[in-house]
Each structure stands twice: as C-alpha cells, then as structure tokens.
Write a protein that binds this ligand. Structure first.
Ligand SMILES: Cc1cc2nc3c(=O)[nH]c(=O)nc-3n(C[C@H](O)[C@H](O)[C@H](O)COP(=O)(O)O)c2cc1C
Length: 390
C-alpha cells in the first residue's frame, strides 16, 4: 500500500497546483450527535434532531464560514437500541427545503436509500430541492442496511439484491433528471407554447427491480443535474461510484484507510477515462477543537462524563485549532480527501471549527475565503453535465 500512497501523493499535488483547487468543507448536521449521551449536555437542545431552529442555526454558521455544503446522513432501520439522533430526526428532503429558504449559497445534501425508496420519488424530491434552492441540491444515494427493508414492503429482498438495485436506481435517477432539454419550456404567453414536446424524453426503463417510464415533471437543473454521491467501502461501491456519481463518501478511521479507498477510487476513475479532478472524495470527522489542547481536552471530558456506561472514544481531529488545522492539511495534501465533512458530538463543535480552524486554513490558502458561484456544482469545481439523451 505504501507505494500506492507515494504514487498518489504526486498525482494529487500536481492536481491541486494545476487546477488551483482548494479543500472543500461540509457540515454534517446531525441533531444531538453520533453518540448516546451528548443530548444531556447543558448546551445541546435535547430535541435538536427535530428542531428546525437548531438546523437553521447550524446551516447559517456553516454558510457564514463559507462551507461549500451541508450534509445529512440518514438511517431507516430504526429500533430502541439506536443512538438518540436515529430515534428522533427529520426527513432529509423536508428539512433541507426549509434550510434552503434561510440560506443562499451553501449546498444542501441529504441521504436516501436505493433499497427503501422508489427512484421516481427521490428524483422528484431532489430536483424540487434543486429548484427551491436555485441550484444547490445534492443527494447521497446509498444502499443501507437490509434490516430496514421491512418498513418498505421489501422484506423479501436481501443483501444480495442491494447493489443490483442500486445500479438500477442510479441509472433511473440520471435518466429522469435529463427528462427535459435545457430549452424545453418556452412558456411563451404570446405564442401559447408552454413546452416543446420534442424536447421532453421518456426513459422507458425496465429492470429486475424497478420499472419506470418517465417523464419526470420538473425541468432540468441550472447546475445540469443535482450533485450525486454514494457512500461505502467495498470494491463494488468503488465500481458504482466511478460509473454513476460525482463524488463518494468514504470511511476515515485513519489517514491510511481513507487514502487507500481514495486511491482505489481515483485509479478506477482514470481506468474509466474520468478525471479525478471532476469528482469529490469526502470523509467525515467529528472534530473537538479548542483554543488550546487543554481546552479541547476539557470539552471532550464534558462529553465523557455524561456517559457512565460506555467509553466514548476521543475523536481523530482533536486538540488546539493549530493542531486540527495541521491534521486537516495533512489529510488533504496526502490525497485522503477532497472534502471534509465536519460532524459534531460537542454542542459547539461546528461553531468551534468555523471560528478557530477555518481562518487558519484560509491563511494557509487551503480553503477559500468566498463562494465563487451560486450553484453547488460550481462551488465544488465540478463540470456542468450536458443534457444526455437516453
Ligand atoms: C462514509 C459512509 C457513509 C455512510 N452513510 C450512510 C448513511 O447515511 N445511511 C445509511 O443507512 N448507510 C450509510 N452507509 C452505509 C452504506 O450505505 C453501505 O450500506 C455500506 O457501506 C455497505 O456497503 P459496502 O460494503 O459496499 O461499503 C455509509 C457508509 C459509509 C462508508
């Protein structure tokens, strides 16, 4: 693996310099956090997962700090043993639509499972969000845990069905998002022409799992189509991501692990004649940051003291702002990520990162100081896809 890392390091550094690309930041907003007890912290609204004011506040903190996007992970296999956030959380499309009206630049991404939903519904929801937000929508389409199938009348399907379904789902999404050519709707009151019918296209898709004729009833996105991600770690995931999506979410338990998956993705993109620079590799980290290492340690201990039954692991991105900025820079420059999704367990985790770490990354020229455009795709340095007739 070591030689792969070295090879990739050189590719990535050339990429950054030639394109003048910078690190992308995303805020992984998640109610009370990814643990059992931080909802009990005095500064955490205990109902954060279904509190619209909390979500809007988090979104505005991220937008003020110029984060390119927001990101919501999701769960559908719900049960009593889950962490509190999983038991009490908004539907992604709905909360992102509310946030769209309280923000103007930041991207809006939510997660939906191809195992639990019909692609027609999701295609419509995401493209509606895209219109509501004027080109800022994106979707993380995932396979998820087969356990959730029981809630969606699909209890007869198992793990082996999930990836074949996922491919069909993504094919259909991409097809439906190109239902209309860019100039399909003259909406001309003088001539009485609302739609040019020859610019509307059906997909007539017949798969083993989904059967969808189209057309979709919403016009093409100003960003070409909403940004599409998928998440995972297996070789099948790598193959699917590099065939269908604009980006991928990968696990980041260590720099080496993330770099290994990132390298596999970039090698596969090149094999398929796609540019790694037109693809976003993201990983998430729960950062606990202080002005000093001692202050960060104090914040972590506040969380530890809330859980008498479980040992809360210390986060990887942990310590003084300088220390965390160094880690972010190291991961970015090594090629382990194009985008960092900052999640929070500590109630002010995102605000601390925005206030303390972002200015350091900006001073070092690693992170931008201003949005360059109004659409998410442009802010992520992704090319606008041309209309594609199926
Ligand atoms: C970084 C990352 C993020 C994920 N996010 C979600 C999520 O939000 N909701 C979910 O149900 N599954 C999520 N998953 C699980 C994946 O959808 C998938 O089921 C899992 O990775 C197994 O597939 P694989 O073995 O091909 O990687 C995530 C996985 C990874 C690695």
């Amino acid at each position: 693996m070591h030689s792969k890392i070295l090879l990739f390091n050189s590719i990535n550094k050339i990429g950054i310099m030639s394109q003048n690309r910078t690190l992308k930041l995303s805020a992984g907003i998640a109610g009370t956090g990814w643990n059992y007890t931080s909802w009990m912290h005095k500064d955490m609204p205990a109902d954060a997962g279904e509190n619209v004011d909390f979500y809007v506040e988090q979104a505005q903190i991220a937008e003020a700090a110029k984060f390119e996007t927001l990101f919501l992970f999701d769960v559908s296999h719900v049960g009593a043993g889950n962490i509190p956030h999983y038991l009490s959380m908004f539907d992604g499309a709905t909360i992102m639509s509310a946030i769209a009206m309280k923000t103007s630049k930041i991207g809006l991404s939510f997660t939906a499972s191809s195992s639990y939903t019909d692609p027609y519904n999701i295609a419509r929801q995401v493209l509606s969000l895209d219109k509501i937000s004027k080109g800022r929508a994106s979707l993380n389409a995932i396979t998820s845990n087969p356990g959730g199938m029981v809630n969606f009348s699909r209890g007869h399907l198992g793990k082996s069905d999930q990836y074949p379904m996922h491919r069909e789902f993504l094919d259909i999404l991409l097809g439906l998002w190109d239902t209309y050519e860019d100039d399909a709707f003259p909406r001309n009151k003088e001539t009485g022409v609302f739609l040019k019918p020859d610019k509307m296209h059906t997909i007539n898709y017949r798969g083993a799992y989904f059967s969808v004729d189209g057309p979709l009833n919403i016009s093409r996105s100003v960003q070409g189509r909403p940004v599409l991600y998928t998440a995972g770690s297996s070789t099948t995931f790598v193959d699917i991501a590099t065939s269908y999506t604009d980006g991928a979410f990968i696990a980041g338990p260590s720099l080496e692990h993330a770099l290994y998956t990132a390298t596999a993705l970039r090698n596969k993109l090149i094999e398929k004649n796609r540019s790694p620079e037109n693809f976003v590799i993201a990983t998430s980290q729960n950062a606990i940051v202080g002005k000093t290492d001692a202050e960060a340690q104090q914040k972590y201990m506040e969380l530890v003291s809330l859980d008498r039954y479980r040992a809360m692991p210390a986060p990887l991105f942990f310590g003084s702002a300088e220390r965390v900025a160094n880690q972010v820079q190291q991961w970015y420059e090594a090629g382990a990520m194009d985008m960092l999704v900052v999640t929070q367990d500590y109630p002010t985790g995102l605000a601390d990162f925005a206030e303390l770490v972002v200015p350091i990354l900006q001073d070092r020229g690693i992170f931008h100081r201003e949005y360059k455009a109004d659409t998410l795709r442009e802010n992520l340095d992704l090319k606008k896809p041309l209309f594609r007739k199926i």
